[in-house]
Design a protein around this ligand. Structure first.
Ligand code: ZN
Length: 492
């Protein structure tokens, strides 16, 4: 793997050669979920996008420390620092402890990620566990003169910051436009300017999640947690910061301003954003009644779904589009993805059964290394999974030909072919062989049945039958072992 990886940087708006600060180590921070509801498609896309990047960077030899946080405090209902904390609101409605809500939906999120075969991150820190680190940043920003205290809350002074820095460099927003697009301040407002954002909020009397601070009993602003936790685990300046495009403004823009104000350094070298998902051409949203959560996709139990879709169908569907492209979910598109994924699996499972010959046909001998090179090329070009999948499909012609004895292949070439296919399909795209999993389940069921018949024979003192079952299974390389808790089996 000598070619460099090209990565699209939202900040420069170009593809850049990926050069880690301290190779072979790579630090990657991705904004994780706010845990106040069931995980849905909007959670699946960033998780799968950064899982793909995590897997490929590791495959390329990097030692990646991947930090993906859990937001369990401080995310208010709207971006203007108003409204209730999302988790507290849910807790009030369901008469639960806020941390009970956070734990419940964290568990749901983990289960959905496991089903989607998303690898766990290296560190999964929670905002509520890093209040001291967040207060330290507030102090630093106040000391640097880029924040002000107002009625017990602390706000970032965007106007002051903009005199020497470019607030809006990531999202491309201009301060004057921001002013024009935000409502006028009323006389009651604590902020000096509508675009200032909260670093610390004084808690109202009924607010539950609160901590003592020099400014008030309160809680941190939402943008602060990611600045605090990324710096704690990856250093003040690290390699990659990722998240959904919807987080670019104000969340990521504010993270840059906080880091520069507190540490005089930008948080990272590469900003990576995945595009959003629409459903039948419409934005997803609770009010539009098209909010389908992942468990509903897996069970098919939602009025908009005509059938259930397996986790691997969802994963394959997401990977069929490049992460920076838009993606529209519909039953037709999902059914097409299901078919395509099964076709690839079938091809792979046929490849596993091909018997090698003495010689490889010349054309096929050329195809196998070219196939590997094209797979690498696709992934090196900003993690282009749709091109990679197209390359995998190109193998089906050869695999079907081998299966019909139109071509021949020797053992070395067959091993190389299978290895490349396996590496890119399972290790890098992170798909699983769902049909193989089904086969395993069937085998286990059959073995349970056979062992119970043998046990019955032994109980009836019909040792001829029980020995015959044992001996015949032995010929199939299945060993039966009798223990005091019953028989166990082992396949070689
Ligand atoms: Zn974040």
């Amino acid at each position: 793997m000598n070619q460099p990886i090209q990565i699209y940087n939202t900040l420069s708006r170009t593809k850049e050669k990926f050069q880690p600060i301290n190779p072979p180590f790579v630090g990657m921070y991705v904004c994780g979920p706010t845990v106040y509801g069931e995980p849905h498609l909007g959670h699946a896309r960033p998780a799968i996008t950064f899982d793909l990047i995590f897997r490929y960077l590791k495959y390329a030899g990097y030692k990646v420390r991947y930090v993906r946080n859990i937001t369990d405090v401080g995310h208010l209902e709207n971006d203007a620092d108003e409204g209730e904390d999302k988790i507290e609101k849910k807790a009030r409605l369901e008469k639960l402890e806020p941390m009970e809500v956070a734990q419940f939906y964290t568990n749901s999120y983990h289960e959905a990620m496991r089903l989607l075969n998303v690898l766990p991150p290296s560190i999964e820190p929670k905002a509520s566990g890093h209040i001291i680190e967040q207060m330290d940043i507030v102090k630093k920003i106040l000391d640097a003169g880029f924040a002000y205290i107002s009625n017990g809350s602390v706000y970032f002074n965007v106007k002051k910051y903009s005199e020497t820095h470019q607030y809006g460099k990531l999202s491309g927003r201009v301060l004057d436009d921001l002013l024009a697009n935000t409502r006028e301040l009323d006389g009651q407002d604590e902020k000096q300017n509508p675009y200032d954002f909260a670093l610390w909020k004084k808690a109202s009397p009924e607010h539950i999640m609160r901590w003592k601070s020099p400014w008030s009993d309160g809680f941190p602003g939402w943008h602060l947690e990611c600045s605090a936790m990324s710096a704690k685990y990856l250093g003040e300046h690290f390699d990659i910061h990722g998240g959904g495009m919807d987080l670019m403004f104000p969340h990521h823009e504010s993270e840059i301003a906080q880091s520069v104000a507190a540490n005089r350094v930008e948080p990272c070298n590469y900003w990576v954003h995945n595009n959003m998902i629409t459903i039948n051409g419409q934005k997803m949203g609770k009010s539009l009644n098209n909010f389908i959560n992942l468990a509903e996709f897996f069970s098919g139990k939602h009025p908009l779904l005509t059938q259930a879709y397996s986790p691997m169908t969802i994963r394959f569907f997401i990977l069929q589009a490049h992460y920076r492209g838009t993606l529209d979910f519909s039953n037709e598109a999902l059914q097409a993805a299901e078919k395509a994924y099964k076709r690839l699996l079938t091809a792979y499972n046929i490849l596993l059964k091909i018997v090698p010959a003495q010689q490889t046909d010349a054309e096929l001998a050329q195809f196998i290394p070219a196939f590997a090179a094209k797979c690498h090329e696709a992934m090196n070009d900003d993690f282009n999974s749709p091109i990679l999948i197209a390359n995998l499909f190109e193998t089906t012609r050869w695999i079907n030909g081998l299966n019909e004895n139109k071509f021949s292949i020797n053992k070395t070439d067959l091993d190389a072919f299978t290895h490349t296919f396996h590496t890119f399909m399972f290790d890098i795209l992170g798909l699983t062989n769902e049909t193989a999993a089904d086969t395993t389940l069937t085998t286990e069921g059959l073995m349970d049945l056979i062992l119970s018949i043998r046990q019955q024979a032994k109980t009836n003192k019909d040792f001829a039958t029980s020995d015959k079952i044992r001996d015949e299974l032995k010929k199939l390389n299945i060993t039966i072992k009798d223990t005091k808790d019953g028989a166990t089996w082992n396949m070689e």
